[in-house]
Design a protein around this ligand. Sequence first.
Ligand code: BG6
Length: 512
Amino acid sequence: MPTESPAMAHHTPLEDDSASGIAPAPPCTLVIFGGGGDLTKRLLMPALYNLAGGKLLADGFRVVGVDHNANDDAGWRRDLTETMQSFTRDGSAEFHADRIDPEDWGFIEERLHFRQGDFEADDLYRALADTITGNAVFYLAVSARFFGTVVDGLGKAGLLKQADDAFRRVVIEKPFGQDLASAQALNARILRQADESQFYRIDHFLGKETVQSLMALRFANGIMEPVWRREYVDHVQITAAETIGVEGRGAFYEPTGALRDMVPNHMFQLLCMVAMEPPNSFDAEAVRSEKAKLAEAVRPIPPGDAVRGQYAAGQENGRDVPAYRDEPNVAKDSDTETYVALKLEIENWRWAGVPFYLRTGKRMSGRQTEIAIHFKPPPHRLFRECGAGEPAPNVMRLRIDPEPGESTELNVKAPGPQMRLGRVETAFRYADFFDEKPNVGYETLLYDCMTGDATLFQRADNIEAGWAAVDPLIQAWADAPVESYAAGTPGPTGADDLLARDGRTWLPLEPG
Ligand code: BG6
């Protein structure tokens, strides 16, 4: 990505990107199961605070936190206020503020209520049914093993019955199932209690502005779609590389692994956004149908087209870091993968024969989430014939993290008396064009759920199609050994072989 150029500095935002003019969400009660948990503190409260700052919450908004640990309204308010204040000192990966605005936080704080309860006990749901009237969103910020239980409890207590003047919605976090069969079973179970339109299955990648912006980039620019197809695209690389390790989440990660944690959900959302057909409209069902259609066109991945790895001891930013097997709550002989690379094929008219390569891993040499479209070379080798050199293929990189933006490499004439090709990059960073509002990625998702816009949430068929594509790998890897790679490197060598087999190479990861 370039440093800021004069042209970039004198930009004019094309759209009014201020929050003003957006109506507040209708009044509702947000019931957070897992109110004492990490997600509530790190992401949901900062997101609600940002929504309050944008005047996007109605006066009648309130929050009920439910947790099995003892607390009360005053105690919960105090805990969350302390956590919010701590972000002004330490920040978190997603949220840092120089100060917490007393008015905006006060708006949230005075609307916080706490209820202690056992997610498995009917009396919790009966008590909630006695106090909740009108619109309600039930947010399941709990361990996945409680998803079915909580939805059953809500359903049996009548809390999911909607009326003309009252919606009832359920937000479900990931992981939604551990494989195809369990995802299907969970879908069947929850759909016995309420209609599909009431379920909002979250994938936080869809809360990232630049993931949403992929639709604008593709469908608001006439120059993109004509070349966005097999005739012009050689292959696509989708990368979600992290430098962090499992970060104390060993107990969750051990039975999960990189494949389940990242591929059928986050990586498939990126895949759908970049490869789906243009929807007929921005109606949620129109968009979700195109995404589901794309995911269903992915050929189940043969184990021979995938590689997995696990990080050994190594270095992160010059500091020694332990092997995955030495992380807390990880078995010394664990075969859980912390890295996956795979090749997938999309069996449809637009993409037949164009490989999509996906890779994701922890403790890699760089933090980078991006989609890279590798275009085919021009059909006639004009420049080679005149000795100017071979034009390098054009690569368009759509960067999601850490610095959202786009860049495309082009061939131009290098200055001088002879015709010689040189390589340049055209690029932009979102930050150069827009005043980015503080955002932890959950603001849009919470607001959309309260306003009933399900575009960015996953429908049952989309989730199941993701699992169906990776199911052969889950089966094949159940007892298979895992290749190792040193922490702080680009991943196992098998991943390079996977592309070398097709005469291709991964784009290098930028260090950081
Ligand atoms: C989560 C995974 O869903 O996504 C984590 O469970 C992963 O393991 C994270 O680190 C990555 O998200 P982001 O937004 O940091 O790229």
